[in-house]
Design a protein around this ligand. Sequence first.
Ligand code: FAD
Length: 444
Amino acid sequence: MSSSPKVVVIGAGLGGLCSAAYLVADGFDVTLIEKSPYPGGRCSHRDRDGYIVTTGAMMVPMGPSSAIRQAFDALGLEMDMIDVTGRMRYRMPHGDYDLPPGGGGLAGMVEFAMQDPDAARVLLGHIKTALTDWLPLETITLREWFDQYTDNEGVKQLFDGYCSALMGVRTHELSAYDFFLFLKHSSKGTRFGLARKGNLSLVSDLVAGIERKGGQVRCHVGCKAIMAEGNRIKGVRVKNEAGEDEFIEADIVISNLGPDATVELCGGEQKFERSYVEKLHQDATPVPIYHVCFVMDRPLVPDFDGCMVFSNNRNLIYLEIPSLISPGEYSPEGKYVHTAYGAPENFEDANLEEELKRTIDELELNFPGFKNEAEILVKAKFSGKYPAGRRAVGRSMPVNTPIRGLYMVGDGNAERGKIGTESAASSGRLAAEQIKQRYGTARL
Ligand SMILES: Cc1cc2nc3c(=O)[nH]c(=O)nc-3n(C[C@H](O)[C@H](O)[C@H](O)COP(=O)(O)OP(=O)(O)OC[C@H]3O[C@@H](n4cnc5c(N)ncnc54)[C@H](O)[C@@H]3O)c2cc1C
């Protein structure tokens, strides 16, 4: 092998982009291929008649420990973001709770949800223990963890909304271990925000940075097969920009397509060692989400330029008004674009059609008059090959594989304790670290 192994990254989602960023910054020879004309995957946007409409994510981590931010740092780039950390409103059946501006609002949230200061104090003691002394094991769900300490339904509803807004799953679908591990990470100075000019602009900055460091980014190039000889990667077969078949030689392939699609492109499960295949079949259901993007002549929530999380509905979980957060960028003047998300009640048994409809009905229930005033631009069910998460929190596949030189990144290959865009980016960081360890620093 040469001193600079050739890397092909398949897919320009955040997982692929971040792994490419980390590796080009270290001198690796990287080619990134993306089948669509645009980078970003589920963290991008499309312009619809002057309105910026997300292809997935809205809130993106941006603090110094974020793997997304560190990918920008590695390329010497700024992240063009509007920080909305702490600008959170939680809607409960009995009213709204705004986090205090200085942060640290967990205690306030719990007290508000429980409406019983003494009971809240006791429960907060248990939460503190789980965060500092004893991380509960994954043998029980978060719902069961709460059930052992309290009968208060308010606090269980609060965390059901919280978990579905952040992770797409409910407290009865999430292990107590994964929840508290996430909370531990997220309480350590995490910051998040909205891309000032939309996610496509953000990821295009990453593409430009990768190219400036000598990487090649080729959009409109779809991978048709990942080629391995024996147990070692040889390259990828693609349909290129001209619509022709092309073979790209590589020592290392990083796939951002998720474990199932990657295994298929490699020629099927028979190419993989048995323990890997067993894990591939375990808990493999992707997590769906419903997206409703709409426009109004006024903001639906006039006094609030943050993120609203709902714990009072069956499906509606989240609302945000990007036109208020980043004025002048997301919609024409005098118009307000809104993004709402709905989550299934049971992600493994979701009724996609009915639950999307109910998400819209619940917007009307929460904001009477909504249906009359709003023009709906998008109502979408994200599921199957285009989900909120390729695997539920805590159920991911590893980034390395039994095939030498083959790595996988993205939200199906998340590190424990990471969610959403951050999980995709941090899997890219982890893959890059493993590659540097295995193949040495390319510059040498
Ligand atoms: C509606 C919705 C809302 C969300 N909200 C949030 C949020 O607010 N905050 C948050 O942190 N997370 C959120 N998420 C989750 C987040 O968007 C994803 O976890 C993350 O973007 C996934 O990135 P990825 O790298 O795993 O994959 P993807 O973004 O799916 O990237 C995969 C890429 O591979 C490309 N590709 C596919 N096949 C091929 C091929 N054969 N050859 C070449 N390229 C190929 C695709 O075009 C795509 O660009 C949301 C998701 C959805 C759907």
